[in-house]
Every structure is written in C-alpha cells, then in structure tokens.
Design a protein around this ligand. Structure first.
Ligand SMILES: CC(C)=CCC/C(C)=C/CC/C(C)=C/COP(=O)(O)O
Length: 292
C-alpha cells in the first residue's frame, strides 16, 4: 500500500526542496535565493513540477527506454534510463547563473563586513551620527526644497533654466529609483535598522540606492553647470563617493545596490542633458514659472 506521505511520483509530500516556501530573501539569510525562488515559481506557474515533468517524460512512449516502473526499481536492477536532453540542461546551471550567484554571495559577505556603523554597538558605532548627517545631505527632500527655493529667488533666465533642469533631474531620479525598487524588490540587509529620515513606501527595498543615484546625478550636474575651483570640484566627487560608502557602512545597502546606483545616476544625467529644457523647447514651462 503506498504511503500517504508520498506522491505518485515517489517524492515526499509536504517537504519543501528550497527556502521558497518561506519566502526568504537574499538579504535575510536566504542567500541568492531570489533566482531559485523565481525558477521554482515559474515551473509552478506552468503547473509543471520539474521532477514530475522528468518522470512523466521518461514514462512517455517517446522517451521510455525501460518498461520497469520506477517504484519497484531496486539496486539489483538495471540503472534508470538516462534523462532526456532538456532535463540534463536543467541540472547544469549556466555559467551566467553561477557567476551571478557567486557575485551575490560576495556582495552579501562584503556588505556585512563593511556594515561597521549598522548599530550603536557596532565596531564603528560612534561615527554613526556623522554617517546619518551624510545621509541627510543626499536625501531627496533637502535637494527638492533647496532647488524650489532657489528657483523662486532666481532673477535670471540662465539661472532659472539650470534650476528647472535640476528639478527635472531630481524628479526623474525619484521616479526611476521607485520604479526599479518596486520591480526588483530586494530587501535591505538584515543588519539595517530602519531609522531613516522620511521614506517612501518603496524605500523598504534596497536596489538601487537612491542616495547613490542622487550623489552621482547631482555631482555630475554640479560639475557640468557650476564654475567651481578645482578643490571644490574634488570635494563634490569626494562627497558622492563617501555618501555611497556610508550607505553600506550604515547597513542600509549591499555593495551592488550602491554600485548600480552610481551607474544609474551617471546615466540619468545623460538623459537630463539630452532632454535639456530651455525656453526654446519648453516655452510654456518657462512662461508659467515667470508668472509665479
Ligand atoms: C515629491 C516627492 C515624492 C518627494 C519625496 C522625497 C522623498 C521622501 C524621497 C525619499 C528619499 C529616500 C529616503 C531614498 C532612499 O534612499 P536609499 O539610498 O536608502 O535607497
């Protein structure tokens, strides 16, 4: 009589083969499980359990190589038939898959090591207030409020044009980061304390770092549109770099969140530059503003 704990294909019932049932996130000790999670989900979405599919395939008239049922196969009998080609490919993870998993593992390990200000009791806990000050310097609200204030005070068309584009850049950044965070949904590192200054709902996710995108975008913007002495230019680049590093030190992000954030911010500036708003291509915007 078949055991009630076993399915017809011989797989134990009620036993999860991975952490997917608990929904473990990579950042919370689930390792790089999001990829595994998705591959399991996709096989479920199509209604096909990979193990069942393999067994069914081997039982089909096309693939059958032996007439012995698997349930009675013992050590003294012939070895099970070789797996069909497509199933063997399933069992051999691609080079890209291995590379991605390795990168994620290094990322989690390095981020944990660098998270030295994640709490007051951490090894660098005493510099946490300084890191939090840096956090505010890259927050969206001070940048938005400062830009709007300067726009109101500006009395030259040239100044207004630059500030209008700065405002456009900040809004574009908020939109793109929120969109990607909502799509990727990578959890913040487990050692992060969620004590950030004003956040949006998507800010419970960590990829990419909004502070890193803003740091790269703003520093590129400033370097291209403000005439600054060399020491000040160096300071701007340094600020962006230290702000990015502080995200990992505070435990807010993994290294890859910040690295991608820098890349995205850099590219966002190229978009802003390409779509540069001026009284020629956006006259309505400038007329409306001048009537304020
Ligand atoms: C106009 C508008 C929607 C303003 C919202 C400004 C705001 C609350 C931005 C959130 C900034 C923030 C906390 C980003 C998260 O940065 P991460 O580096 O932790 O990703």
């Amino acid at each position: 009589m078949p055991s009630p704990r076993r399915s017809v294909e011989g797989r134990p019932l009620g036993v999860s083969t991975s952490s997917s049932s608990s929904g473990g996130s990579p950042a919370h000790g689930g390792g790089g499980s999001r990829f595994e999670f998705q591959s399991l989900l996709s096989s479920r979405a199509t209604g096909v359990d990979p193990a069942c599919a393999r067994l069914r395939a081997s039982e089909s008239p096309v693939h059958r190589r032996s007439s012995f049922p698997l349930a009675v196969a013992g050590p003294s009998q012939a070895p099970p038939p070789p797996l069909p080609e497509e199933d063997r490919m399933d069992l051999n993870p691609s080079f890209l898959g291995i590379a991605l998993r390795s990168l994620l593992a290094i990322d989690l390990w390095l981020s944990k090591k660098l998270g030295v200000c994640a709490g007051e009791s951490s090894s660098w806990g005493s510099v946490r207030p300084l890191m939090k000050l840096l956090e505010i310097s890259g927050h969206g609200i001070p940048w938005l409020v400062g830009t709007l204030y300067c726009l109101c005070r500006s009395d030259s068309w040239a100044g207004r044009e630059v500030l209008m584009n700065l405002l456009f850049a900040l809004l574009l950044d908020l939109l793109l980061v929120a969109l990607i965070k909502g799509l990727v949904r990578r959890r913040r590192p487990a050692h992060n304390q969620m004590d950030m200054f004003v956040t949006l709902s998507v800010d419970k996710y960590s990829f990419p770092s909004g502070h890193a995108t803003r740091a790269a975008l703003m520093s590129r913007f400033i370097l291209n549109h403000l005439v600054l002495a060399i020491p000040l230019r160096v300071l701007v680049v340094l600020w962006a770099f230290v702000l990015g590093l502080s995200r990992v030190m505070l435990g807010r992000h993994n290294v890859t969140d910040v690295a991608f954030g820098f890349f995205l911010g850099y590219m966002q500036y190229s978009i802003v530059d390409y779509c540069w708003l001026s009284p020629h291509n956006a006259p309505v915007l400038f007329l409306l503003w001048s009537q304020q």
